[in-house]
Structures are given as C-alpha cells and as structure tokens.
Design a binder for this molecule. Sequence first.
Ligand SMILES: Cc1ncc(COP(=O)(O)O)c(C=O)c1O
Length: 428
Amino acid sequence: MKQADTKVEKGDDSLQQYISKTPASQEAFKRAARVVPGGNSRQAGYWAPYPLTIKNASGAWVTDTDGNRYIDLLNNYTALVHGHAYAPITDAVAKQIGNGTCWAAINEAQTDLAEQLTNRVSSIEQVRFTNSGTEAGILALIIARETTGRQKILMARGGYHGSLLEFESGFFGKPGPMTYLGEYGDSDSFRHQLKQHGDEIAAVFLEPVMGASGIIAASPEFLNEVKQATHEAGALFVLDEVLTFRLAEGGRQQTLGFDPDLTTFGKLIGGGFPVGAVGASRELMRIFDPADLKAFHTGTFNANPVTMVAGSASVRELTAERIEIMERQAGQLKNGLIDIARETGLALTINHVGSLLNLFFTDKQGGIHHDRDDLDIIRRFHLACLNEGLFIAPRGLMALSTVFDDALIEQCLEKAKKAMQQTAREIA
Ligand SMILES: Cc1ncc(COP(=O)(O)O)c(C=O)c1O
C-alpha cells in the first residue's frame, strides 16, 4: 500500500503546517495503511496526505493522537446530532451494556424507537431496522422489488443513498445496469425516464436535500411531480431521510408537507451507533409478516438493544426547540463566513438548510460536488481549518450539534477567519 505522500510543493504552507503538527497521526496512518487499504474503512474518512487519528471526543470537541484539539463541525457527517459522549446517550448505553448487548429475540428499546419514529413521521406506520443507511436503502429496494415485480431504480444524478453499486453509479453521475438517472430539481427529466423505462423501474429514490452533492434543497413541487409520475408508472417513491431527519421533528417531509411511500433513516437515529431503518405503511410492510412471508429480512445485529437505547435517547432529545436553535446558529455561522470571505477577498457561496452548511469557494450558485472548480482552494482551506483547530469535511460540509452555544460559534468564526486568511495568502 502506498504510504502518505508528504512531499510539499512551494507555497503549500497549510500542508506543511499540518504535517508538522500531526507526526503521531502520520505514524498511526502508516501503521494502519499496512493492514487497511487507505488506513481507513470509509472513503469519507480519508483526505491527503493522511487523515488524523482521533484519540478521544467529548461534547463539541475531538482530540487527536498528537494532543491537538478541534471543534467538531462535522459530527460524523451529521450523525452525532448531540455531539460526542452525550450523557443521556452514554448513560442509557452503559446501563444497557450491563444488561446484555444482543439476543435473537425482541427487546423493548426497539419498540420505543419504532414508536418515536412512527409518532413523529406521519407517512409511516411501521419500521424495520438495519445496521446502516446503505442497508436501509437496500431494504427499501427489496420492498419495492417485491411489491412491483421490477428490479431497477431511478435516482438523481449526484444523489447518494449508500455504498451499493446501484446507488453509487448515480452518485458518480453514470447510469448503471440497474440504475437510471434524472436531474435533481427537473421533474421533466424524471418523467421522461419513467415514460421510457417505467416498466423496469421498481422505485424512485430521492433525497429531500442532496447531502453529498453539497446541501441542495428540493422544492415540494419537484418532489410531488416526481411522485405523481412514479405512481403513474406503477413504481414506489422512496424518500431518503438518512441525513435530513435532523432538520425537523418529523424529518424534512414534515416541513415540505410531502408523503413518500417509503422513508429511509440512519445516522442520528442510532445515537452514534451503527443504524438504519425503513418506514412505510402497514400495507407495504406486510411482506415481512411472518404469518404470510413474502420477503426475507434478517440480520444478526439488527435492532440490537445498545443501538436502540442510544437511538431512542438521541431522537427523544432532538426537540423542535433545539432544531430551531441549531438552524439559527448555522445562519450566524453562514453570515459570519460570508463576511470573512468578503474581507479576505475570496469568492464564497454557502448552501444552507437548517443545521447543515456546505462551502464552495466560487461565485456560482448551486454547487454540485462533482462539478466543483474550487478543489485546490477547498483542499487548502480544509487543512488550514484543521491547523486552527476546526474539524470540517474535506468537501466543505459543516453540521452543527445541539451542544453548541453562541460563544462556540464565535470561536468557530475566529478559527475560520485565520484559515481563510491563510488560504487567501496561499493562492494569491
Ligand atoms: C442521504 C444518505 N443516504 C444514505 C447514506 C448511507 O448511510 P450509511 O453511511 O450509514 O450506510 C448516507 C450516508 O452518508 C446518506 O447521506
């Protein structure tokens, strides 16, 4: 396995500083990369020349193996909506671990979490749990295939529904053997695909806000038009709320007044533990009824009680009031960042929905991740942020947690200001 390339070009001062500040992370990466390709089991946790190795995390802060501290403005790609080691979650988990961690029978924590989800999300009556958002997508596809007798999917170019070939081809913008693509926001393009290939398509998958492509929000009109065309073609509509459930107590669908056939969940509903779920009407979920089994779904760790108690606490503690506070703080952060960019002379566009932001160093509005023309600037800014003690995604995604206060937002802005000034000096 190729080791970290730590050659530094002249003027790449943020990279030089990053390497100087993180020798223990570099060593830890070299050791990891000998036995794990890329040193990591997830592409999203990698950046060049090597990612940090984190030693511990608490509240809004993470500490790396060199002892550097960072404000966590990513929160495991939105999953940790209450930050790290949140007491209501760790208390529930510690208690559960003492009472056993998994068994091949029912646990009541599963019912608690399922009740919370079905109470909050009006389009669903029942849920089934999985161990990841990817698996939730697979399960939704199983339901759609069994219900329609068809095999293929239609999704948005640049949409992301998990690490499965059918979904990844869409994310990378190429139709695949099982995947047709429409253009996000353009219902005619979906209608066209459904007219041409409707008799092969089991389900249309859409995110109400495209996350991996840079926080791009759909209008309710777009979603409703696609849903209507989907139903006319005899297919099912799957709304992927893996990332967006944090945006309202009842998910983004509550805000938009939109009723999908199936909803997928993940991330925050596990309280920091591996999770996914599919929710739908009782009628659609009947295929899993053991008395009249049509589709087989099982999994050794599905709905294990540790994940379920953590998820229950995470969902219970995510109140409408806290969601509103995060949204206000994200607005403060956005405005502050725009002001700093203006002062520093950098072009900056920020996509913002609720507690989620994505930065693009460009004047262009919209910003689809794969088409971005600011890759060099965002790479420098990301490293400069880390050097200042601000942990964000390499692609410029930021996700708040409920443990932020206004003073911490100010600290984020101070750190981001230094990082932007450094970036501006480097590209001048
Ligand atoms: C919208 C969306 N769907 C599905 C997934 C897949 O979830 P997981 O990484 O838990 O498999 C993700 C992960 O980032 C996501 O953002």
